[in-house]
Design a protein around this ligand. Structure first.
Ligand code: CP3
Length: 346
C-alpha cells in the first residue's frame, strides 16, 4: 500500500503540516451536479445500486474540490436490505424499513453470508472508483455500526431518541443480541468485500452511539466495534479503520485503544482543545467543524476552522465536519473551508 497519500499517513500516526481534508456526505444534495445525477437515476436507492452513477456522484466532489479522500456513495441501510428487510425512502422524510419486534420477525432475515447477492453493485462501484480516482485520493469504504443500524431495523424508521431499540434491548435482550450479532457478522463480510474491491480505509458509522449510557455503551457500541475491527484486522491487517461513535462525549476517551480503531471521528459536541488533550493523545482524530458553518459561512467559518487546525496541530489529524453536510449548505462555503485549512500553517 502506498503511504504517500496524506490520509494514510495521518492514519499511520504522522503529524502533517497541513491536515488532509474530506467531508461527511460530500456527495449530496447541496451540489447541483449530485441533484442532476440523482434525477437521472430515479430515486436514492436506484442511485446506490447503479454502480456507474454511484461512482459518478462519488467523483463529483473530488473534481470540484480536490478532497484528499473520497467516500464510497452508498448507505448504511443497504446492509439490512441485503439481510432481507424491506427498505424504501420517503422523499423529505427519510428511510422506512420493515420492523423487527418479535423472534419471528428476526427469523425471516437471511444469513450474513447471503448479503453479497444484493451488495455486488456496491463492490463494483468500489472497483470503478479505484480505476478513476486521482492517484493521490484515498478511497474510504463504510458501514453502519450494529447499534445504529439496529435502531432503524427495530423501529422501521429514524427516531429522535432511538426509543423502540432501547425498549427492545431492555425487554428482550436475547432477541436484541441476535440482531446485533447478525449485524456484526454481516458488517465484517460487507467491509471485507469493499476492501477486496479496493477500499483503502473503512469507516464505521455509529451515529446513535450517544444515546447509549454506562454499561449499554460498552455492550452495544464498544464491544461490536471491537469485534468487527479485530476480525477486519485479522483479514486485512494493513487497512486502517475509522470509528465514529457520534455523541460519545466522555466515552471518546480510550475508545480507539479499546476497539483497535486507528482513528476516532469526533462530532461537534466536544471542543477541539479537550479532544486534543484527551483523545488525540492515543492517535489520529478526525473532525470536527460544526456542519452549520457550511450554511452560514463568513468570518465565523474561517475562525472556527483555524481553531480546529491549531488545536489538533501537534498530532495526527484529518480535517472533517462533526457530522454530514446538509442540503441547504452553500458550495462556496465548502471552498472557503478548504482554502482556510490548506492555507493555514501550523
Ligand atoms: O458521506 C457520503 O457522501 C457517502 C454516502 C453516505 C450516505 N449516507 C448517502 C446518503 C453515507 C456515508 C451515509 C451514511 C448514513 N446513512 C448514516 C450515518 C451517518 C450519519 O449521517 O449519521 C445514516 C444514519 C444513514 C441513513 C440515512 N440515509 C438517513 C437517515 C437518510 C435520510 C436523511 C437524509 O439526510 O436525507 C439517508 C439518505 C441519504 N444517504 C442521502 C445521502 C446523500 C440523501 C438522499 C437523497 O439524495 O435524497
Amino acid at each position: 500500500m502506498t503511504k504517500d497519500k496524506t490520509i494514510l499517513r495521518a492514519l499511520a500516526g504522522e503529524t502533517l503540516e497541513t491536515p488532509p481534508i474530506w467531508m461527511m456526505r460530500q456527495a449530496g444534495r447541496y451540489l447541483p451536479e449530485y441533484r442532476a445525477t440523482r434525477a437521472e437515476a430515479g430515486d436514492f436507492l436506484s442511485l446506490c445500486y447503479n454502480s456507474k452513477l454511484a461512482a459518478e456522484v462519488t467523483l463529483q466532489p473530488i473534481r470540484r474540490y480536490g478532497f484528499d479522500a473520497s467516500i464510497l456513495f452508498a448507505d448504511i441501510l443497504l446492509l439490512p436490505q441485503a439481510l432481507g428487510a424491506d427498505l424504501w425512502f420517503v422523499t423529505g422524510e427519510g428511510p422506512r424499513l420493515s420492523t423487527i419486534e418479535t423472534q419471528a420477525d428476526f427469523d425471516k432475515l437471511s444469513a450474513a453470508s447471503a448479503i453479497h447477492e444484493t451488495l455486488n453493485p456496491v463492490y463494483e462501484t468500489v472497483r470503478i472508483l479505484r480505476r478513476e480516482l486521482p492517484r493521490e485520493t484515498t478511497l474510504i469504504g463504510f458501514a453502519g455500526a450494529p447499534w445504529t443500524v439496529a435502531t432503524y431495523m427495530v423501529a422501521g424508521r429514524g427516531t429522535p431518541d432511538q426509543g423502540p431499540a432501547h425498549k427492545l434491548k431492555d425487554e428482550n435482550p436475547a432477541l436484541f443480541d441476535q440482531i446485533i450479532d447478525r449485524l456484526t457478522e454481516g458488517t465484517v463480510d460487507y467491509l471485507s468485500k469493499q476492501i477486496e474491491a479496493g477500499a483503502e480505509v473503512v469507516k464505521l458509522f455509529d451515529s446513535w452511539a450517544g444515546s447509549l449510557k454506562g454499561a449499554d455503551f460498552d455492550r452495544y457500541a464498544l464491544e461490536p466495534a471491537k469485534k468487527i475491527i479485530a476480525e477486519l484486522k485479522a483479514r486485512h491487517p494493513d487497512v486502517p479503520v475509522i470509528a465514529f461513535p457520534r455523541g460519545a462525549g466522555e466515552r471518546y476517551v480510550g475508545f480507539a485503544k479499546a476497539t483497535g480503531a486507528d482513528c476516532v471521528a469526533l462530532d461537534d459536541g466536544v471542543t477541539p482543545e479537550w479532544a486534543a488533550a484527551n483523545v488525540q493523545v492515543d492517535g489520529c482524530v478526525q473532525g470536527n467543524l460544526k456542519s452549520s458553518h457550511m450554511v452560514t459561512g463568513g468570518q465565523d467559518l474561517v475562525d472556527e476552522t483555524r481553531k480546529i487546525v491549531d488545536a489538533f496541530g501537534k498530532g495526527p489529524h484529518i480535517f472533517n465536519l462533526g457530522h454530514g453536510i446538509t442540503p441547504d449548505a452553500d458550495p462556496e462555503n465548502v471552498q472557503l473551508m478548504i482554502d482556510t485549512v490548506r492555507n493555514s500553517v501550523r
